[in-house]
Design a protein around this ligand. Structure first.
Ligand SMILES: [Zn+2]
Ligand SMILES: [Zn+2]
Length: 438
């Protein structure tokens, strides 16, 4: 038997040796002067370092359990073990929570503890197994739980921590289907989405969806986030950026759907408050504002105020609301339908974005005296609407009564007007009665 004093001495000398060895390792790796240096066995060394880190995590978990058992956090004036770890070791609060939970549960799961101490599984794997074992009903026989625990350890070792929850759900369904159903109901109950407007006006999203809703989100957002032939090859978007665009597309589709609930009898609308002088791009004017109070540039205000689905609240010289937005500048639904029937999608040459994603763009901005009539409107997807407003493309209605695009000189010095392929064949499908603005 090892006495407490002997154990303390062994731990002390092991830590001394470890510190010295770690110092030498870092020194050897970082302080090599020769720029041609390349580790002779990089993979093997990486694996060995990973194994050592896992063992050290196991040692730290054991010390956290010992500290908790002796109420060390409380004696040190901390409100919780998690807060104590955060203050003492600089852990993030979520890492500290996981560490404390694991320290409490590890002693009752010997197979997990052995694999963790041997460096076979990492701290995420150990935590995932303990969490999965918690979901089994209390009446599950002890021997069955032991078999499951060993199986989950093999799963974590061979397939990684992310496979553990799925394997555990399969066991749970075989043993107690009602428990899996209850878990689903609980996940649905716990679904949440936190929206926070940042000081700079951007929206921060954080949340969690249950399995079924998550699968729906992935299916819908995945289809909208798929790379498209109309993506700009000079500005490739990574998958996270494309998912953000996809979420905005879902919101735009919802906004133009009649299934979205109305607020005070109207569809949800973005309100833009902007001075008329700013809208007319006179120099030296203040910015426009969204209803979140975020300031927006004159160019963005013009683009937003250009579309049918946004209500501009225009201020006069004395900042008094002129309140001309809705009455004069929002195209009535029948007019939008006529534009949709003519353009059938984004009118920008080469774009395949559908009409439901598109804004109604005023070819001559209403702030510059353009009318809200079909001859002055065309459909543009958000990206091409931005390009038209910022990159100097001009749009006009040709003699064929369809939109033509004039590129800026830096895109094409001759500025030859271009048209979308889809207008080149077939007659116009717009009923004559719908073409007239109401
Ligand atoms: Zn526009
Ligand atoms: Zn487009």
């Amino acid at each position: 038997m090892t006495t407490a004093i002997e154990a303390n001495e062994r731990i002390h000398s092991a830590l001394e040796n470890l510190e010295e060895a770690a110092k030498q390792l870092v020194h050897a790796l970082f302080e090599t002067d020769d720029s041609r240096f390349f580790p002779s066995q990089p993979m093997e060394w990486l694996h060995r370092i990973e194994r050592i880190k896992r063992r050290l995590d196991a040692a730290q978990t054991s010390l956290i359990a010992a500290a908790e058992a002796r109420h060390l956090p409380r004696h040190n004036g901390a409100t919780s073990s998690e807060a104590w770890l955060r203050n003492e070791l600089g852990m993030s609060i979520s890492t500290a929570k996981d560490a404390v939970q694991l320290a409490r549960e590890l002693p009752v799961h010997p197979a997990v503890r052995n694999a963790f101490c041997a460096g076979d599984i990492n701290v995420q794997g150990a935590s995932a197994i303990c969490e999965a074992l918690r979901s089994f009903p209390a009446k599950t026989p002890h021997r069955t739980l032991e078999v499951i625990e060993e199986d989950l350890v093999s799963t974590a070792r061979e397939k990684g921590p992310t496979s553990v929850a799925r394997r555990a759900s399969e066991f749970l369904h075989r043993l107690a289907p009602e428990a899996l159903a209850a878990q689903e109901a609980q996940q649905q109950e716990e679904s949440r989405l936190k929206l926070r407007v940042c000081p700079d006006g951007r929206l921060n999203l954080r949340g969690m969806l249950d399995r079924e809703s998550g699968a729906l989100a992935l299916a819908v957002l995945g289809s909208l986030a798929a790379p498209s032939s109309s993506d700009d090859p000079s500005h490739p978007r990574d998958s996270e950026q494309r998912y953000a665009d996809a979420l905005v597309s879902v919101l735009r589709i919802a906004q133009s759907s009649d299934k979205v609930p109305t607020v005070h009898g109207e569809r949800p609308t973005v309100v833009v408050t902007v001075g008329l002088e700013t809208l007319c791009q006179k120099p030296g004017q203040g910015p426009g504002y969204l209803q979140t109070e975020a300031p927006i540039s004159a160019a963005t205000a013009r683009r937003l105020a250009c579309d049918a689905r946004l209500v501009p609240l225009v201020l006069g010289n004395e900042s008094e609301p002129l309140d001309v937005g809705r009455a004069t500048y929002t195209p009535p639904l029948s007019l939008r339908r006529a534009v949709v029937a003519r353009d059938r999608g984004c009118a920008f040459p080469g774009c395949d974005r559908p009409a439901s994603w598109c804004d109604c763009h005023h070819m001559v901005h209403w702030a510059d005296g353009g009318s809200t009539s079909i001859d002055n409107l065309c459909l543009l997807c958000p990206r091409h609407h931005t390009i038209v407003h910022t990159d100097g493309w001009k749009v006009f209605l040709g003699e064929d009564k369809r939109p033509w695009f004039v590129p800026p000189p830096w895109v094409e010095p001759d500025q030859e007007p271009r048209q979308h392929m889809r207008y080149r064949a077939g007659p116009l499908l717009v009923p004559a009665t719908d073409v007239v603005a109401s």
